[in-house]
Design a protein. Structure first.
Length: 395
């Protein structure tokens, strides 16, 4: 895989738009899967909103309140456009504090009222806990009401950690009502090929997609992914923390409508999310994907020549010229003798900010901590080369 030299000038221009990155040239921020940095356009939007329009939404008739209400409604449409929704008049968007709350809202306010005794749900028990715990809680809640729901584990392919769509098709049946899936795995970095799930489970099962590591990092098209829910966090997509979105197709099962009284929305966060989606669209998520995939390939290609390290995920996707899919901007590895926590401290002493722990993975995932490097458009090949140099010195 050749490095996209045609994107060098494009990337240099975009990197310059992140004040915190520009202010710290001595540091390399490699933790964008945890939270992404914010471009100046998002910061400017937040400042403008708070100094010209700040008010509550849907609760007043004066100008500032009306503008805020309009901002929230436009942001819903903006999410649909960003997800390439071909039937936005039928779908809905609900804002939450992030992916975790979004998935729990679906579980609590929608799934529990739809499942019946004997139904089955499929849960990806080696993915992020945010996409595991809500569905287990649903099972437990319904059990307390005398409704037995069977939780089936999503099957994974040995070695690659991709979903095993053939095994999923074999285990799915007429009582398979709901499937939880992840678009890009937060540890292994692979695109989980969710477009194959529909064929595996049939036309009637509801598919809920955790897009926390894909929205803002690569194109996400609900026109291509035959899923019913897409949930993502704003702070991983260049917006402020405390904002997320649930997109619901409204085609299978009852209409999605969060229950209970809805309090004041995070209007500042919603304003930042709309601005972030505008920025990402202008930058081109397809180009962001090309750039970050190339950086991840550069890192895995270098790591595979260092005997002291074990790279997690598909072993066939390590070489930069590998014919199989490359990591989607996430590379996770271990040193065979240095613990992940210690390795994280060592790397920070050299100016690299990485994640070093168990990464909130489910019980069927990794049992030993690791170091995760997660990339975005502001990262450079020079940062990757410097990182490989430091890692090589620790062999």
């Amino acid at each position: 895989m050749s490095f996209p030299e045609d994107l060098r000038d494009w990337q240099r221009e975009l990197r310059a738009q992140f004040p915190i990155i520009v202010a710290h040239p001595e540091l390399a921020y490699l933790d964008s899967a945890a939270t992404a940095q914010k471009p100046q356009a998002v910061l400017d939007t937040v400042h403008t909103y708070l100094t010209t329009t700040n008010a509550n939404a849907g609760r007043g008739t004066y100008t500032w309140a009306n503008r805020t209400t309009e901002l929230v409604e436009r942001a819903r449409d903006r999410v649909k456009e960003f997800l390439a929704d071909p039937a936005g008049e039928r779908s809905v968007v609900h804002f939450t504090s992030g992916t975790t709350e979004g998935l729990r809202t679906i579980a609590r306010d929608w799934l529990t009222s739809w499942l019946t005794d004997g139904d089955e749900i499929v849960v990806p028990v080696a993915d992020h806990r945010a996409n595991i715990d809500p569905w287990r809680e649903t099972q437990q809640l319904l059990a307390g009401q005398g409704v037995r729901v069977h939780l089936r584990r999503m099957p994974y392919q040995p070695g690659s950690h991709d979903y095993d769509h053939h095994a999923l098709a074999a285990q799915a049946g007429p009582r398979t009502r709901f499937v939880a899936a992840t678009h890009v795995h937060h540890v292994y970095g692979g695109n989980m090929n969710v477009h194959r799930i529909r064929q595996a489970v049939g036309p009637d099962a509801v598919i809920c997609l955790d897009a926390a590591q894909s929205a803002g990092h690569l194109p996400v098209s609900v026109a291509d992914l035959d899923v019913d829910f897409v949930v993502f966090s704003g702070h991983k997509a260049l917006a402020l923390p405390g904002t997320g979105a649930v997109w619901a197709r409204q085609a299978r099962g009852p209409a999605f409508a969060p229950g209970g009284w809805r309090g004041t929305p995070n209007t500042t966060g919603i304003a930042s999310l709309a601005a972030a989606l505008d920025w990402l669209e202008a930058a081109g998520t397809d180009r962001i994907e090309r750039w970050t995939v190339a950086l991840a390939a550069r890192l895995t290609d270098g790591l595979r020549h260092l005997d002291a390290y074990e790279i997690l995920g598909c072993p066939l996707s390590l070489a930069a010229d590998s014919p199989v899919q490359q990591r989607r901007g996430i590379v996770t590895f271990r040193h065979r003798d240095i613990g992940s926590g210690d390795l994280g401290f060592i790397l920070f002493s050299h100016g690299f900010m990485v994640r070093s722990d168990h990464h909130c993975q489910g019980s069927a995932g990794e049992t030993t901590g690791s170091v995760r490097v997660s990339l975005h458009v502001y990262n450079t090949p020079e940062e990757i080369d410097r990182l490989l140099s430091v890692l090589a010195s620790l062999q």
